[in-house]
Every structure is written in C-alpha cells, then in structure tokens.
Design a protein around this ligand. Structure first.
Ligand SMILES: CC(=O)SCCNC(=O)CCNC(=O)[C@H](O)C(C)(C)COP(=O)(O)OP(=O)(O)OC[C@H]1O[C@@H](n2cnc3c(N)ncnc32)[C@H](O)[C@@H]1OP(=O)(O)O
Ligand SMILES: CCCC(=O)O
Length: 449
C-alpha cells in the first residue's frame, strides 16, 4: 500500500460516521447538479432532528434533500439554492426552499469573499493514482466552496465520468477529511424534451445568425435540441463551444464534424463548459475525453473571458419580455421558476465578442394549465416578475414570428420591433398599450399590423 492508498484507508468511513461532524448552526454545501451526495444526505437525515439552525445550499439541487423533506416546517434546516431547477421550484412553491440571487460567474467570488462554509459534502469520481478525486460533470462553484470549507467530505461515485480540465476539476486527498463510498446509483438522465412546432420556427431564425467559426453557448430544452440537430445536419464549419452547460446536442454536433474549435482564441480545440447534464450519451462522451475542458464558473462564464473568442453566439430562453425590452427569465410574477444563471453573463459576453450576438428566444405565447393563452410579449412585466436581462444589455429577441435587434433603438422603436414578433392575436392590444405608455410613435409600420 503506497502513502496515498494508506491515507485513503485512514479517511474512509461510513456515511453515518462522516456526518457526525455536522453540528447545530453549520452551513453545509451539497454537491452540484448530478453530483448530489445521496448517501451522506440520507445519513444526515437520520440525525437532522437532533440538530438546529442548519443551512444547506447547492447550485441546482437535482433531488430534494432528505434532510429537508424530513423537516417540512424548517425547524432544523433551511434549504437555499443558487439556481432553481424543477426540484427547487417545487420546494419554493411549498415555502421549503429559498433562491440566492446571483449572476453565475460571480458565484465563486461571492463565496470566497462573503460566506462561511462549515461542511462540504460532494460526490466525486474514484480517486486516481495521484490522489485526486475528479469532480465529474459539476465543476461550477465547487472549488470555491472547498476553499472555504472547514471540513470536506467526499462521497465516491465510481460510475461518474471523469471530466478533464480546464482547472479546478479535482480535489486532492490531502484537502479531504472523510471519504465515503457511495451507492453508485446511475447518473441522472435528463428526460428528452420534445421540441414544439414553434421551436423549429425559432431555430430557423437562430440558424441564420450562426456562421462558420461561430463559438456557441446553448442551454437545455427543446429549442437548443433543435438547434443542435440543425447544426449537426448543416454544412457549418469549425464551430467552437464555450458554454455554461454541456448537453447531449453538443455530442451530436461534435460527432457530425461541425465542432473543431479551431477558430477559438482561447482553449483552442476544446469544448469548454462548467457543468454537464444530459444522458449517458453525454457522460460516456465526457469520460476522460481531452476534447472537453471543465472550468469553474468564474472562468467559464466571465464575460471578459468568453468574449476573448470571436463570434460568440449565445442562445438563451426567457419567460416574458415587456415593451420596454426588459427580459424576465426567472419568475412568473412572484412565482419563482428558475434563476439568472448564466443568462446575463452570456448576453453580455456575446455583445462584447467581436462579431458576437446574444439571442433571447421565446414562444410568443404561454398556455397555462387551464388552457388560457397569454402573450409573452407584454406591455409591462407581470407584477412581481424579475428583470433578468435589463433593457440596456439586451440585444436580439427571437420568437416564431421573427428576430429583432434592439441595441441602439429608442423605446418606441423597441416597442414596435417587439410587437412585430408578438403573436398576431395580441398585436392590436399591444399597440394600444404602447400608445398609453407613450412608447409608440406614428411610424410607417403603423398601418401594417
Ligand atoms: C441551463 C441553461 O439554460 S444555461 C443558459 C443560461 N441560463 C439561463 O438562461 C437561466 C434562465 N433560463 C431558464 O431557466 C429557462 O431557459 C426558462 C425557465 C426561461 C425556460 O425554460 P423552459 O424549460 O423552456 O421552461 P418551461 O416552459 O418548462 O416553463 C417552466 C415553468 O415556468 C412556467 N412558465 C413558463 N412561462 C410562463 C409564463 N409566461 N407565465 C407563467 N408561467 C410560465 C411553466 O408553466 C413551468 O412551470 P411548471 O414547472 O409549474 O410546469
Ligand atoms: C446554475 C445555472 C444554470 C443556468 O444558467 O440556467
């Protein structure tokens, strides 16, 4: 047994033993995205009633923590998330979770500057021969939390893909206090999102903005899937990837020969990302693959870094846009839906990139669960809705009716452009509202709506 193996044996404990380190008042950080620490969470849930004033945080919980489900009245633990996916959205609806506002690239700096972290509990890959535990597909803010942590507990998830960096993609055993061997449940598989007819129409507008050598950021969902498939079957050349989230469609684009990363200015030839979520297609592709580079989000999403690449095309989605061109992507009124995430980072970066374009895409209407159809282009945002991209930063808006570029345009021009891509059934009312709001001018388009 070499020294590293000896250290491993000394630090290896059961989950129950490891969580004994947690004491009342502790701030705990759980592994992000797919690297949720299941065995540790279960063990801590068994003793949560003996603790008080616990705070548990992560970046996008992908499963409800058992410590939180065990304490619905929040008498022992408060859950907070830096980004709300479906899991946290449901818990926020029930008053069982709180959102931490952040523009994603600033997260690690905020942690290092302002936060106390008592215990980090993360899932990691098996230790390598040099004593490093790879963080798998969740780099993001994990290194910053480890830096601040008093105690680091890793839960080995032997079936997680080893995701090469970049930087900060691993933690060394010397920084780890306890090692727990986890249950190796299969990696989280994101369900396939079936694109809508409108997604195809929006994708057609987006495709026209992508050219040979473009450097892409695209996220999750039906629309990015269509765009990925369109790119894969196009004759576009030498595309690059510098994205926050690596998804299955990146694999398709790469395998189709569209991605070479040759035209990038930084990380040439590499597909850069800060976290990855998808299906086994993605995880198998990532495993030990040097064409992918995992970075902490303070690098991956920093607009000053992203914009070093030319022709950055950022493709993001929104919930609603008002006639003043404010974009809301994270709440529906006061109901919390998502988070700022990297949207602002990448919209900012794309404009700063030579030849770059920041696109916000949305269906022109929303149909609620009762079948009521409303326009997502609204006179003003729904009361309580949060501005994700301010009007001073927004560039392109895309719906199934077209694409408009808003930079340099005044309020009436923006209102006019936005109404031109609203659903036709709502345009007359929107014009009336724009007139009332004093953002409508007698223009040559007046009679054409
Ligand atoms: C992971 C990445 O995307 S990386 C990109 C950078 N990060 C970001 O852009 C973060 C902000 N953006 C996002 O989170 C997403 O793009 C979103 C939320 C804007 C859109 O995501 P989608 O998956 O298309 O949203 P979806 O249509 O499923 O709606 C999500 C919820 O909002 C509700 N919703 C959507 N639009 C509206 C609306 N106009 N009014 C009220 N509720 C709405 C839906 O009903 C659904 O609620 P449910 O969970 O109760 O069913
Ligand atoms: C954690 C951030 C995810 C997103 O940008 O949507």
């Amino acid at each position: 047994m070499n020294t590293i193996q000896k250290e491993y044996a000394e630090k290896l404990v059961s989950a129950e033993k490891a969580v004994e380190v947690v004491k009342s008042g502790d701030n705990i950080f759980y592994g992000e995205f797919t690297m949720f620490p299941e065995a540790l969470d279960e063990a801590l849930a068994a003793r949560i009633m003996d603790l008080k004033d616990i705070r548990v945080r992560s970046i996008s919980f992908t499963q409800p923590p058992k410590i939180v489900l065990a304490d619905p009245k929040k008498e022992h633990v408060i859950m907070e998330d830096w980004h709300c996916g479906v899991v946290s959205r449901k818990l926020i609806d029930k008053g069982m979770c709180y959102y931490i506002p952040v523009t994603y690239h600033q997260g690690p700096r905020i942690v290092r500057k302002y936060l106390d972290v008592d215990v980090v509990m993360i899932s990691v890959c098996s230790m390598d021969e040099n004593g490093y535990f790879n963080l798998g597909p969740s780099n993001s803010g994990t290194a910053a939390h480890i830096d601040k942590a008093k105690t680091v507990i890793v839960e080995v998830k032997a079936n997680a893909p080893t995701c090469l960096g970049g930087n900060s993609e691993s933690v060394h055993i010397s920084r780890v206090d306890y090692i727990v061997e986890g249950n190796n449940k299969p990696m989280l598989q994101l369900p396939e999102v079936i694109p809508t007819e409108n997604d195809y129409k929006i994708a057609d507008f987006v495709m026209k903005e992508i050219e040979d050598g473009s450097c892409l950021q695209l996220g999750i969902g039906g629309l990015p899937n269509v765009i990925g498939a369109n790119i894969a079957s196009s004759d576009l050349k030498d595309l690059g990837i510098h994205t926050e989230m690596l998804v299955d469609s990146c694999v398709d684009m790469y395998n189709a020969g569209r991605i070479t990363g040759k035209k990038k200015s930084i990380d040439v030839g590499k597909m850069v990302y800060t976290f990855a979520m998808g299906t086994d297609k993605l995880y198998n592709f990532l495993h030990n693959n040097p064409v992918c580079a995992s970075y902490p989000v303070n690098y991956c999403n920093d607009p000053r870094i992203v914009a070093l690449n030319d022709k950055v095309i950022a493709i993001n989605s929104a919930l609603e846009v008002d006639l003043f061109s404010q974009v809301c992507s994270e709440t529906a009124g006061t109901r919390h839906i998502s988070g700022t995430g990297g949207q602002l980072d990448y919209i900012f970066a794309a404009f700063a990139s030579h030849g770059g374009k920041g696109l916000i895409c949305l269906n022109s209407t929303h149909t609620d669960k009762k079948g009521n159809v409303t326009s997502r282009i609204r006179p003003t945002l729904t009361p309580g809705s949060v501005v994700t991209v301010p009007r001073s930063i927004v560039q392109y808006i895309v719906t199934e009716y077209g694409i408009v570029q808003l930079k340099g345009k005044s309020t009436w021009q923006r209102a006019e452009d936005l109404i031109s891509i609203a659903h036709p059934d709502f345009r007359d009312d929107l014009i009336k509202e724009a007139q009332t709001l004093n953002i409508w001018a007698k223009s040559n388009k007046d009679d054409n709506y």
